[in-house]
Design a protein around this ligand. Sequence first.
Ligand code: GTP
Ligand code: MG
Length: 194
Amino acid sequence: MKINNVNLEAVAVEPVGFPEKMLPEVAFVGRSNVGKSSLINALMGRKSLARVSGSPGKTRTINFYNIEELLYFVDLPGYGYAKAPKTEIKKWGIMIEGYLQKREQLKSIILLLDIRHPPSALDLQMYEWLAYYQFKIILVLTKMDKIKRSQVPKHVKIIRESLNLGSDSLLLPFSSETKQGRDELLSVIEDLIK
Ligand code: GTP
Ligand code: MG
């Protein structure tokens, strides 16, 4: 898939703000700071259309990027940002769950995990929740540039085991810095929306 035309088409905090066009959607889910917005930029070939930050809690709305009038990439706020005020955490939870549960055109979820660490309790909870609701889940392991190439298989194995994944589930190591994994993920997404 070649991506030339992208457009941040909607920024929403509730369903009334979601796009009305019936394009398939792929949503990016993961803890705060794991690299969702960076991944979306890397896929779109844009440096900073999606806002990125070194400190967690950057994305606070649901952002719909129209990709070539073919589909939307949906950037969500992250979970697990413990320093946010409790009322905000609750609000984001309701917003994310509302979107994930009610959106007809949501085709699949890209769940991001940091390749350096075993999944957290919240990651496991999110994975189980998504699996329970029978979402198609693609696991992307971010920040692979931060570990040695030779260590990648070991980290992949640890994550695979903690999620109890069969050998057929896809785990894609990725780096927004080096763009490793980008083409593979784009072709997976292309297959998903066929
Ligand atoms: P929230 O919007 O808070 O949920 O975070 P997010 O998941 O969108 O993370 P974001 O893309 O804002 O990235 C968080 C930090 O991680 C930024 O400083 C990024 O530059 C950095 N980062 C993201 N992906 C990578 C990566 O693949 N490699 C490296 N080295 N840094 C990354
Ligand atoms: Mg973000």
